[in-house]
Design a protein around this ligand. Sequence first.
Ligand code: HEC
Ligand code: HEC
Length: 303
Amino acid sequence: MSAFWSTWIQGLVIFNMGITFFLFIFAIRTKIPTLEDGTTGHVWAHGVLREGLNKLPLWWIVGSAGWFLAAWIYLVLYPGFGRLPGVLGWSSHEQLEQQLADNAVRLEQTYGQFRAMPLERLALDEDAHRIGHRIFIDNCAACHGRNGAGNPGFPKLNDNFWTWGGSADDVLTTITNGRHGMMAPVGAALGEEGTLAVANYVASLSGIEHDAALVATGKEKFGTICVACHGPDAKGNPMLGAPDLTAGIFLRSVGVPGIVETIDKGRMGEMPAWSGRLNEDEIRLVAAWVIGNVNHDTKATAP
Ligand code: HEC
Ligand code: HEC
């Protein structure tokens, strides 16, 4: 605060407190003329209401004087009188800094105890699970759902089906660096009939409604193009993020028409990287939550 504003505020404080003090002294001593019946002579409603004159009660006078004094004591102890710091040396800035520092110490204690634990162990820890879920809700739930149950286009994270690998390390890498699924559009290479045949073959792998007459041709064509990423048995490749096509789990493709669309247009799923947004401790905790949250009883089932 500049010297000018400091003086300005001090002036205002003294002026206001001065007026208060003056009124206080003045009001006690002032004599107000009264009539014989003890009223001031002010009447309303044709004399029905008359203004009496009562002295301020003692408790009120003592109380007010006390608060007046307390105000000055406050200004001596705490900042408020211009830029004078107050004899206690307290300031809201310092208090905030102190609280932030205390919080950092507490966070460090909380996170520190988890640092030595391997992820698999962390996944079983109740406290870590609670904190991890909080981080998940704040950062991941918008896409993956509050409890990781997934959304159309965003994978379920609570089943045993992993596109990018389900080991603790895989999940940690997925979250830290993000993942870009890249399926190029290959419909043109297959032609319309070829595409339809492959789509029917893929549908047959998960028992989705399909035309059985096209499966053999589809399987053959699958072996020429799709095999490069999805593998010869269509079980996928976690290195490329090419999903297992035999589990009946699709992020977007619905039925044969959906699979045809995927083949024609390709797919580009993006899981954002969190390394810049969450710190290492937070990433480990949320990864541990994801791992611990997997329901190991669920066989891969359609979302
Ligand atoms: C270059 C590698 C590559 C090739 C070749 C490829 N895919 Fe894919 N495929 C992927 C990847 C990666 C994904 C996941 C895309 C994503 O994450 O959005 C995927 C996803 C899919 C999906 C799932 C889409 C969904 O909704 O979940 C289907 C179905 C599929 N591919 C079928 C095929 C078929 C059939 C072929 C052959 C005609 C084929 N793919 C060729 C890499 C490939
Ligand atoms: C903007 C939406 C979005 C947010 C936010 C997001 N994800 Fe994802 N995530 C995706 C998409 C899309 C994929 C699928 C990528 C692909 O393969 O096509 C994915 C994939 C994953 C996978 C891999 C699943 C598998 O089958 O291998 C994991 C694990 C994961 N996310 C965890 C998280 C966690 C933990 C967070 C929060 C820190 C998070 N995600 C936040 C969109 C998101």
